[in-house]
Design a protein around this ligand. Structure first.
Ligand code: M6R
Length: 610
C-alpha cells in the first residue's frame, strides 16, 4: 500500500525522500512523487511508474532542491495510476502539498462542497480534497486549519503536509493507517514504516489516532485535536539494519524463506521455560477460558490460512467450537459474538484495515480479544486485549512466508497452553508437544537443504496454466496457502480444494497434463487422499505427492509423477513442514517465469484500505 516519507532538517530533502521511498517499495505502488519547499514555493515532481522513473525525471533530486519535503509512493484506489493522480496533491493555489495513505470515505460530499465554494479539482483522488480543504480553512495557522479538516473528513488516513507559508514545519496526523515520527539531531522525519528511516535514525515516536505531529528542525511536538500538548516517549528501534536488506539473496522472498528456522526458534524459544509454555502476554485465567463457549478466528489472506489450520487444531485439542472467517466477511455479517467469545485476530502487519475493523467490532460486542501480530506497536497489537508477538523480524516480500510460519508456531503454543489449562491435553502429550515444538526449526532446516529437488520440479512444471492443490483436514488448510503462494507471485491460475470435494465439480477441469499437488501428510487420511490421486491420474493429471518420510514407499506405489517427503512430526505441526516445499515451489516457478517476485503486480504488502 502507499508509502510516506517526510523530512525537515539541513540536508537536501529529495535524496532522503527517494532513499526512504525505495525502502517502502515492498508495500506496492504504481506512481511516486515528492514536494519540497525550494526557498520560495512548493515544488512538486511526480509521475506514474516506478521510483526509477521519478529519479530520472528529477536527476536524483538535483532538480528539486530544499530542506523540507514530503514524498509518496501511491497504490491507486481513487483514480487510475497517472501523473495527475500521483501524490503529493496540492491545493488550488499550490500553498499546501499533501501525501496520504488510506481512504477519505466522504470525499465526494466534501468535493461537492468545495466545488460550490469555487475550488477547481484536477485529479480523481480523495486526497486532493484534503489539500483543498486545508486551503479553504486556512487563516494563517496550519494546525488550526488541520484540526478543522480532521473534524470533517471520515475514513482512514496517514497524512504528511507542508505549507508554503510555514516552511519551518512539517505536519503529520494519522487515523487507522500507520505513520511514525523519526527523531534525529537537528532533523526529523515522518514515515509509514521503520525501514524508510532506519539509515537516518533509530529513535521514533508512534502517533496514536488523530494525534497531530508538528515537526521542526529542533524537535517534534504532538497535539490532540483540542490543541493540547501530548507528551511522547521515544522508542528505540534495535533491529539489525541488514534485517531489512536482501543480504546476498536475489529476492527478499528467498531470504525470508531461508530465515524460517530462525524465525520459528525466536518465536518459540523465549516462551518455553523449564519445560512449560509461558505466555506472559496472555492474561487469561483457567476460569475465564472455561467460560468461553466459542473461539472466533479472524484474519485476511495468508494469516486467514493460519486461522484455518488453527480451527482444525484448536477444535481437536480444546474441544470447543472454533469458527474462522476472513475479516472482510466477518465485519459485515453480524456474527454471534458476546462476552463468552474469545476472538483471535491474526496479522503480520497489524494494520490490515479489515482485520482491524473486525477486531474493533468484536470488542464492541463484548468479546475478549487476543492478537497474533508481527509488527510491534501496530494498531491491532495496541487495540487487542492481549497480544502475542511473532518474532519473525521485518517481512519485506509481499508474499508472506516467515510470518506464516511464526504465526503457526504461535497457534501451536496457544493451543498447548490452553489445552493444559482446560485439561484437554494431558501431561504426557503436553511434554511430547513441547519436544516437537523445540524440534521444528531443525526439521524446517532439513527441508530447506533439499531445495534443489523443488527447483527441479519447478523447472519441469513452470509452464503449467492451471494447478490444483488438494488435501484433507490440515492438508486442505495447507492447500489453501500453497495455492495462494503460487498464484500471487507466478500469476498461474491455481485452486485449492478439499480433496473430497473434487467429485462435486472441480474434477471436470482436470485434463491431460494438469498439475495436481496432492498433500498427504496426515497419516490417518493417507489412503483416502490416494483414492483422489487415482481419480485425477485416471483423467490425465500430472501428480506431485507430498507426504511424510514414513510414507515414502507407499506414495511411490501410487505412481505419482513426483514425490517429496517431509520429516516426521506430530500431526498438529506438520503444516509447518508441508508449507516449506510449497513456498519454494511458488518461488522457483515465479523466478523461472521472470516475475517481479517481491512486488507482484496489483498487490501491496500491507492492505490498509478496505
Ligand atoms: O498483514 P496481514 O497479515 O494482516 O496481511 C494479510 C494479507 O494481506 C496477507 O497475508 C497476504 O495475503 C499475503 N500477501 C499473502 O502472501
Amino acid at each position: 500500500m502507499c508509502g510516506i516519507v517526510g523530512y525537515i532538517g539541513d540536508d537536501q530533502a529529495t535524496p532522503i525522500l527517494l532513499t526512504g521511498l525505495e525502502k517502502l517499495e515492498y508495500r506496492g505502488y504504481d506512481s511516486a512523487g515528492v514536494a519540497v519547499y525550494n526557498g520560495t514555493h512548493l515544488q512538486v515532481a511526480k509521475t506514474k511508474g516506478r521510483l526509477k522513473v521519478l529519479e530520472e525525471l528529477i536527476h536524483n533530486g538535483v532538480d528539486v532542491p530544499g530542506t523540507v519535503g514530503i514524498g509518496h509512493t501511491r497504490w491507486a484506489t481513487h483514480g487510475a495510476p497517472s501523473n495527475v493522480n500521483a501524490h503529493p496533491q496540492v491545493s488550488g493555489s499550490g500553498k499546501f502539498a499533501v501525501v496520504h495513505n488510506g481512504i477519505i470515505e466522504n470525499y465526494i460530499s466534501l468535493k461537492e462542497f468545495l466545488i460550490e465554494k469555487g475550488a477547481k479539482f484536477v485529479s480523481e483522488t480523495d486526497t486532493e480534497v484534503v489539500a483543498q480543504l486545508l486551503e479553504y480553512y486556512y487563516e494563517g495557522s496550519v494546525i488550526d486549519a488541520l484540526i478543522k479538516v480532521l473534524n470533517r473528513i471520515e475514513g482512514a488516513y496517514a497524512l504528511g503536509i507542508i505549507c508554503e507559508d510555514d516552511p519551518e514545519h512539517l505536519y503529520a496526523v494519522r487515523k487507522d493507517s500507520p505513520l511514525i515520527i523519526g527523531l534525529g539531531n537537528g532533523e526529523n522525519y515522518i514515515a509509514s514504516d521503520v525501514p524508510a528511516i532506519l539509515n537516518r535514525t533509530r529513535e521514533i515516536n508512534r502517533l496514536e489516532e488523530n494525534e497531530i505531529a508538528v515537526l521542526s528542525r529542533q524537535g517534534v511536538e504532538v497535539y490532540n485535536t483540542n490543541k493540547e500538548r501530548i507528551p511522547k516517549k521515544a522508542e528505540h528501534i534495535d533491529w539489525d539494519i541488514s534485517a531489512a536488506e536482501k543480504g546476498g539473496y536475489e529476492h527478499f522472498m528467498a531470504k525470508e524463506i531461508m530465515e524460517q528456522p530462525k524465525a520459528i526458534r525466536d518465536t518459540v524459544k523465549p516462551r518455553i521455560k523449564e519445560g512449560k509454555i509461558v505466555l506472559d502476554d496472555v492474561k487469561l485465567t483457567k476460569k475465564q477460558l472455561e467460560e468461553f463457549d466459542r473461539i472466533f478466528i479472524v484474519a485476511c489472506g495468508t494469516a486467514y490460512h493460519v486461522g484455518v489450520v488453527a480451527k482444525y487444531i484448536m477444535e481437536k485439542h480444546l474441544r470447543k467450537p472454533v469458527e474462522v472467517d476472513v475479516a472482510s466477511e466477518f465485519r459485515y455479517r453480524t456474527p454471534l459474538i458476546d462476552d463468552k467469545t474469545l476472538v483471535l485476530v491474526i496479522s503480520q502487519s497489524g494494520e490490515t484495515a479489515d482485520t482491524l475493523a473486525a477486531l474493533r467490532e468484536s470488542k464492541k460486542l463484548g468479546a475478549r480479544t487476543i492478537s497474533i501480530v508481527n509488527v510491534v506497536g501496530s494498531s491491532i497489537a495496541n487495540e487487542s486485549d492481549d497480544v502475542l508477538y511473532t518474532w519473525a523480524g521485518p517481512e519485506i516480500a509481499v508474499a508472506s512466508t516467515k510470518a506464516y510460519s511464526t504465526q503457526l508456531a504461535m497457534i501451536y503454543m496457544l493451543t498447548i497452553y490452553m489445552g493444559d489449562l482446560l485439561g484437554t491435553i494431558d501431561a504426557v502429550h503436553y511434554q511430547y508437544y513441547i519436544n516437537e515444538l523445540k524440534a521444528l526449526p531443525e526439521k524446517v532446516q532439513q527441508i530447506l537443504e533439499q531445495k534443489s529437488k523443488i527447483q527441479y520440479l519447478a523447472s519441469r512444471e513452470f509452464n503449467s496454466k492451471n494447478v490444483f492443490f488438494i488435501g484433507r483436514n490440515l492438508d486442505y488448510a495447507m492447500s489453501l496457502e500453497g495455492s495462494l503462494k503460487l498464484k500471487e507471485i507466478s500469476y498461474i491460475h491455481s485452486e485449492a480444494y478439499a480433496a473430497g470435494e473434487l467429485k462435486h465439480g472441480p474434477i471436470s477441469l482436470i485434463e491431460d497434463g494438469t498439475l495436481v499437488i496432492a498433500l498427504a501428510t496426515q497419516n490417518i487420511l493417507f489412503d483416502k487422499l490416494m483414492s483422489n490421486v487415482k481419480e485425477v491420474k485416471a483423467r490425465g493429471a500430472v501428480v506431485w505427492g507430498l507426504t511424510i518420510e514414513a510414507n515414502k514407499e507407499r506414495i511411490k506405489k501410487e505412481q505419482v509423477d513426483y514425490e517429496f517427503c517431509v520429516p516426521q512430526a506430530c500431526d498438529m505441526m506438520l503444516p509447518s513442514l508441508a508449507v516449506i516445499p510449497l513456498q519454494l515451489f511458488a518461488y522457483y516457478v515465479a523466478s523461472l517465469k521472470g516475475c517481479d517476485i517481491d512486488k507482484p503486480r496489483n498487490l501491496a504488502k500491507s492492505v490498509t484500505v478496505e
